[in-house]
Design a protein. Structure first.
Length: 353
């Protein structure tokens, strides 16, 4: 991290966070996550700070996620026998601690999702009290296509969305616009990008009515593309297994269902099955920290597997979009294969200090 990768400023009554890596679509790394967590702790105890606002620099992205290629390199070295190559583990550790700090932050936290918001960018926004979309918002959790899971608290917030839309988003990685994020409650407000600076200034002036201040800048985001499919989503994605969901998509016969059936068949079978169990287990958990411990176990076990490395190779490095998943089919992924991803890590369990 450089001194300018993430910026902290006190403006009036708010603490303003700017993720400042626009050329990298504001991707975050371990040092940035640590810096944000420590700053949140400082502002939590500062009576002069009444709220925190998080924004991304530039016009393209709020935060496109973590630096996945760096994780790939570190994890590959570790898997190859270099036990000192632990930057991948440090990233997940600091990221999950930061996600937890946001979820437990005692003051209002307003994230301005202006642009691409994927993976780690979702985790740096959805756990705060207020989320604002713009006409540039594109939100997705595409991890099942990369051999990962929708982590950073995905197992907590996604199953708590209405109906089965969380399972749908977790498995498909569908890309959402502002209209969809507002409709689903992932964001609560829609403000045009050109008004964000004025919104920040108004929040900094501190009338005390954050909801009213945001509402004063908000507009109608328009119709959600998912609206016509919500009933089908709730029926199809309530299945008791990934195989059952795929069978329901196939039997539905609509163009929408046929499209997603084909797309799901191209994703990592292991990731889909582990994600399915993550969503079902996450729905039953009572504490956010328990979810983060679960996800930390999963990603540690994923690093010892194949599909994350193959997914990054095929999608981000070689860009042939032809990953060789192992196992290659859902039927070849056993219940035992899935269960091992949730096993306790012993001395390597996630801690929060």
């Amino acid at each position: 991290m450089t001194d300018t990768d993430i910026l902290f400023e006190v403006r009036g009554q708010i603490g303003l966070v700017t993720i400042n890596r626009p050329k990298a679509l504001n991707a975050i790394n371990a040092d940035m996550c640590l810096a944000l967590r420590l700053q949140l702790a400082d502002w939590a105890g500062d009576d002069a700070i009444t709220a925190v606002v998080i924004q991304g620099e530039g016009e393209r992205a709020f935060c496109a996620g973590g630096d996945v290629v760096s994780l790939y390199k570190s994890g590959l070295a570790y898997k190859g026998g270099d036990q000192s190559s632990l930057e991948w583990r440090r990233f997940f550790l600091e990221e999950y601690r930061m996600n937890t700090a946001l979820a437990e932050f005692p003051k209002p936290c307003i994230a301005l999702l202006d642009g691409i918001t994927m993976g780690g960018g979702v985790g740096i926004s959805v756990h705060g009290s207020h989320r604002v979309a713009t006409e540039r918002t594109m939100l997705a959790m595409p991890e099942t296509g990369l051999g990962l899971i929708p982590d950073v608290g995905g197992g907590w917030f996604m199953p708590r969305l209405e109906g089965e839309v969380g399972m749908y988003l977790a498995l498909t990685g569908d890309r959402l616009s502002a209209a969809e994020t507002c409709d689903l409650g992932i964001t609560q407000s829609y403000v045009r990008s050109e008004k964000l600076d004025d919104l920040i200034d108004a929040l900094a002036e501190g009338s005390g009515d954050i909801d009213g201040t945001i509402a004063g800048f908000s507009e109608d985001p328009g119709m959600s593309k998912l609206g016509p499919h919500r009933a089908a989503i709730d029926t199809i994605f309530s299945g008791d297994s990934v195989e059952e969901i795929l069978a329901a998509l196939e039997s539905d016969g609509s163009d929408w269902a046929t499209t997603w059936h084909g797309r799901l068949l191209k994703k990592s079978p292991t990731s889909m099955k582990v994600t399915f169990r993550q969503m079902r287990k996450g729905r039953a958990l009572r504490e956010f920290r328990e979810n983060m411990k679960m996800e930390y176990r999963i990603v540690n076990h994923i690093i010892n597997g194949n599909d994350f490395f193959e997914g990054v190779r095929a999608i981000l490095l070689d860009k042939d979009n032809n990953p060789s998943w192992m196992p290659a089919t859902l039927t070849a992924v056993s219940d035992a294969d899935v269960a091992k991803h949730f096993e306790n890590l012993g001395d390597d369990e996630l801690t929060f200090e």
